[in-house]
Design a protein around this ligand. Structure first.
Ligand code: HXC
Length: 262
C-alpha cells in the first residue's frame, strides 16, 4: 500500500477546532509533488468550508517541513510542459483562497517551494532546528512559487538577494531576526505551541479573523494608501456584526465573550 501524501487530524474540544495537515513524504524530505499539492488544496478547501474548524496548521516532520518542489519530477519538465499545464499556478496557490487563519509549523528544512509554501501561510512558528532557503539557483532556475516576491516583503531586499543569489540556508535565529518567523520554540514543543495558537484563534470571531487576515494581506499587495483605505472600510463594517457587540459588551461586563460567528 502506498503511504498517504498528507495526513490530517482535528485538535481541540471547543465548537471550533484546529485542523492539522501533515506533509507526509518523509523519505524525500517532504518534497512537494503534484499529487500532494492537489490533496493539500482539497483538504484546505474542505476545512475552510467546515464550520467546526476555526484554524488550520500545516506541518511536516522533525527533519523537514518540505525540502522544496520535487526535483525528480521537475527534472523531466520542459518549457512547453510547465507553460501549458500551468505548473505551480494550477494547484500550489489554493491556500491563498483560504479565509481562515493558516499557521505553518516548521521544523527542519523549509527550502525552495517549502519555504514558499510556509510564506503562503499567515505566519510561521518555527522549531529551533528550522532552516530556510531559496536554493533554486543551484538547480539552474529561480524561485517559482512567489519566493522572489514574498521573501523581500518579509525580510527585505538585502537578505533576499543574499539567499536567492547564493542559495545559502539561514538558521532559525536569522529567520526570526529578519522577520520571516513569528516565534521560535523548542522542537519538542512545536506542535503544542502551534496548536495552542490555533486554539486561541478558534476562540475568536471567524468573520473578524477572516477580515483581519485580508487586511494584513492587503499590506503586502498594494500601496499604503490603498491598504489603509481598505482597512478603514472593513473596520467600519465590523460594527454591523453581532460579534462586535458581544466582544465589547463582554469586556465592559468583565466576562468572557461568547462569539456567535456572525
Ligand atoms: C526531490 C528530494 C528533495 C527535493 C531531498 N530529496 N530534497 N527529492 N526533491 N526537493 C531527497 C533526496 O534526493 C534523497 O533521496 C532524500 O530526499 C534525502 O535527501 P539527502 O540529500 O540525502 O539528505 P541530506 O544529505 O540531509 O540533505 C538535505 C538537503 C538536500 C540539504 C535538504 O536534500 C537538498 O539540498 N535538497 C534539495 C533542496 C532544494 O534544492 N530545494 C529546492 C527545490 S526547487 P534518496 O533517494 O537519495 O534517499 C524548488 C522550486 C520551487 O523548490 C519553485 C516552485 C515551487
Amino acid at each position: 500500500m502506498t503511504e498517504p501524501l498528507i495526513l490530517t487530524e482535528i485538535h481541540g474540544d471547543g465548537a471550533r477546532r484546529t485542523a492539522l495537515i501533515r506533509i507526509n513524504r518523509p523519505k524525500q524530505l517532504n518534497a512537494l509533488n503534484d499529487a500532494l499539492m492537489v490533496e493539500m488544496g482539497q483538504a484546505l478547501i474542505a476545512f475552510d468550508r467546515d464550520d467546526g474548524i476555526g484554524c488550520i496548521v500545516i506541518t511536516g516532520n522533525d527533519k523537514a517541513f518540505a525540502a522544496g518542489a520535487d526535483i525528480a519530477a521537475m527534472a523531466e519538465y520542459d518549457y512547453m510542459h510547465v507553460h501549458q499545464t500551468e505548473y505551480i499556478t494550477r494547484n500550489w496557490e489554493t491556500i491563498l483562497q483560504v479565509r481562515k487563519p493558516v499557521i505553518a509549523a516548521v521544523a527542519g528544512f523549509a527550502l525552495g517551494g517549502g519555504c514558499e509554501l510556509a510564506m503562503m501561510c499567515d505566519f510561521i512558528i518555527a522549531a529551533d532546528n528550522a532552516r530556510f532557503g531559496q536554493p533554486e539557483i543551484k538547480l539552474g532556475v529561480i524561485p517559482g512559487a512567489g519566493g522572489t516576491q514574498r521573501l523581500p516583503r518579509a525580510v527585505g531586499k538585502a537578505k533576499t538577494m543574499d539567499l536567492v543569489l547564493t542559495g545559502r540556508m539561514m538558521d532559525v535565529q536569522e529567520a526570526e531576526r529578519s522577520g520571516l518567523v513569528s516565534r521560535i520554540v523548542p522542537l519538542d514543543k512545536l506542535l503544542e505551541e502551534a496548536l495552542a495558537a490555533g486554539a486561541a484563534i478558534c476562540g475568536f470571531s471567524g468573520p473578524s479573523l477572516a477580515l483581519a487576515k485580508s487586511c494584513v494581506n492587503k499590506a503586502f499587495e498594494g500601496s499604503l494608501h490603498e491598504g489603509i483605505d481598505h482597512e478603514r472600510r472593513i473596520f467600519h463594517s465590523l460594527f454591523a456584526t453581532e460579534d462586535q457587540k458581544e466582544g465589547m459588551a463582554a469586556f465592559l461586563a468583565k466576562r468572557a465573550p461568547a462569539f456567535r460567528q456572525r
